[in-house]
Design a protein around this ligand. Structure first.
Ligand code: PGA
Length: 255
């Protein structure tokens, strides 16, 4: 296991995340980066937009891949629309460089298989960014998702549907989604777990030091052969003990 744990102050969190992305892009400008949606990555995407807008950095060569998507959602509620607005358009990433997650339940099994094959054939993901669900999900791999799962259609738990409905002020409650599987995620050459806020402190502790099991899908990150970094702000890290993480074998450059 190569797992690095990094804690940043809230104001420094986005810059720390961008630094990790830029390290990958400097080595490989056309690297494939997996993008999550949600509240957590918003400051990161804001910082990427700021840098792209100030022409301090060109991101248009990177290749993007989506982590998950709601099924049969109106365009305005799709992850695709959200990512296009937050990241892809401002960073001038051409649509042909973006691997979209299937959006319709009709033919979803075949579409997910095709997504998975095309991702592998294109060389896979160089850096997969992830948020952490309040129930320990990564992507939409809800509790119960096995380590060997691949890209597929899933039904969201009540809790996840509720958390997402709150994001849309109740105008949209997703029930079904397509997501990369746990095995798909773990195949990336580098994985970054993004965590912010005290509401995630308990589940982060469980993911990093609890039992490795499908009941907390994020715990499977500890089985990855690729390097994994966890970037948490102080609020999210408040229930972690650096000594405990150290004894579990994490590299902890705790400031
Ligand atoms: P959030 O969601 O960033 O909106 O908290 C994370 C997730 O559910 O993966």
């Amino acid at each position: 296991m190569s797992l690095q744990f990094v804690v940043a102050d809230s104001e420094a969190w986005a810059a720390a995340a961008v630094a990790r992305i830029e390290r990958v892009l400097t080595a490989q400008p056309a690297a494939c980066v997996g993008f999550p949606t949600g509240r957590t990555p918003q400051p990161l995407y804001g910082e990427l937009r700021r840098r792209a807008g100030a022409a301090r950095r060109k991101y248009s060569e990177l290749r993007a891949v989506m982590l998950d998507e709601y099924l049969d959602a109106e365009a305005r509620f799709q992850s695709w629309t959200w990512l296009k607005m937050e990241v892809f358009d401002p960073l001038r990433i051409d649509g042909r460089r973006i691997r979209r997650m299937p959006q319709r339940s009709a033919g979803i099994g075949a579409a997910c298989g095709q997504f998975e094959r095309a991702l592998q054939e294109s060389g896979g993901c160089d850096l997969q960014l992830l948020g952490l669900g309040a129930n320990g999900h990564i992507g939409f791999n809800e509790p119960g998702s096995a380590a060997g799962t691949r890209t597929r259609a899933v039904t969201l738990t009540e809790a996840t549907a509720g958390a997402n409905a709150a994001y849309w002020q109740g105008a949209f409650t997703p029930r079904r989604a397509a997501t990369m599987g746990i095995a798909t995620i773990l195949q990336a050459r580098e994985i970054g777990l993004l965590v912010r806020g005290v509401a995630k402190a308990g589940i982060l502790r469980r993911a990093l030091s609890g039992e490795i099991s499908a009941e907390c899908p994020a715990s499977f990150l500890r089985t990855a052969s690729a390097p994994v970094w966890v970037l948490a702000d102080r609020e999210a890290a408040c229930r972690l003990d650096p000594k405990v993480l150290g004894t579990l074998g994490y590299n902890v450059p705790w400031p």
